[in-house]
Design a protein around this ligand. Structure first.
Ligand code: FMN
Length: 250
């Protein structure tokens, strides 16, 4: 299989170091239009994209992402947004029934599809990007910094610019791990070990195990990157923010 779109998708790699060159506003508008074309729930487009390029805001935002991707000239914060739809409801004299879990998850999917369209378009134009899950660690602070009203929740962060590095193309689990034919098949432990060899035997990952002094690759995640105590603390903060934001009503 081989065409330009497929080559862009299969060639993906995250970029974390960027040249100072900014992104032309016309190019950026074109990329964002690609985002807006993504399928979305009921064509309600329950998301907003905040583009941050100017100091000191760009630097402040970067700090809330723990200094990651510090050289990125463009930061996109994609938010689930029921505030705009509620306003539309109000203007039309209708009920405002979208501040709840159903619509948070629907909007989250919409936001992710929009973001990924933007990112694929960006890669096809020679730009690089990195998603930043740290948006979930400091959601409240990021929302405050970017002046998000109630009903607007930052859920996806993307640092973007022209690449100043050539990262490796990282491994992926294959179809033997991910694809289930007709119904779900829980692998035996032996099958699981086999399908994860691509990950566990990867030379780059093996080097990381050595550097981290862990027993295996998995343990880097459970003891260093995403530990249980950190997961719990972040989840509690996030849930409280969702409640305060009106997205957790039943
Ligand atoms: C939702 C999400 C959050 C991510 N958060 C971070 C992050 O905080 N820091 C980082 O360096 N990379 C982050 N990444 C990038 C992943 O680490 C990367 O996509 C993965 O390791 C696969 O590498 P590749 O994108 O180069 O193929 C994130 C990716 C996604 C989709």
């Amino acid at each position: 299989m081989d065409n330009q779109t497929i080559n862009t998708l299969l060639g993906h790699r995250s970029v974390r170091r960027f040249k100072p060159q900014s992104i032309n506003p016309e190019l950026l508008a074109g990329l964002l239009e690609c985002g807006l074309r993504a399928s979305n729930t009921g064509n309600m487009q329950l998301y907003s994209v905040i583009a941050t390029t100017q100091e000191p805001l760009r630097g402040e935002l970067c700090k809330l992402h723990f200094g990651q991707c510090a050289t990125a000239p463009l930061w996109l914060t994609v938010c689930t947004d029921v505030a705009r739809y509620h306003q539309y409801c109000r203007v039309n004299g209708c009920d405002e029934p979208y501040g709840n879990l159903l619509w948070f998850t629907s909007a989250l999917v919409d936001a992710a599809l929009c973001a990924q369209n933007i990112c694929v378009a960006a890669e096809s134009k020679g730009l690089g990007f990195c998603y930043l899950g740290t948006v979930n660690y400091n959601t409240r602070q990021i929302a405050e910094l970017l002046q998000c009203p109630k009903g607007v929740v930052p859920v996806i962060a993307i640092a973007m610019g022209y690449p100043d590095e050539e990262p490796r193309r990282s491994e992926r689990l294959g179809l033997d791990a991910v694809l289930h034919s007709e119904t779900y098949h829980t692998p035996t432990d032996a099958e699981l070990v086999e399908t994860h060899r691509v990950r566990d035997d990867d030379p780059f990952n093996k080097k990381m195990v050595e550097e981290n002094g862990t027993r295996n690759y998995c343990e880097i995640f459970t003891t260093k990157r995403y530990t249980r105590s950190m997961n719990t603390a972040v989840s509690n903060d996030l849930l409280q923010f969702l409640k305060d934001s009106g997205m957790w009503d039943f």
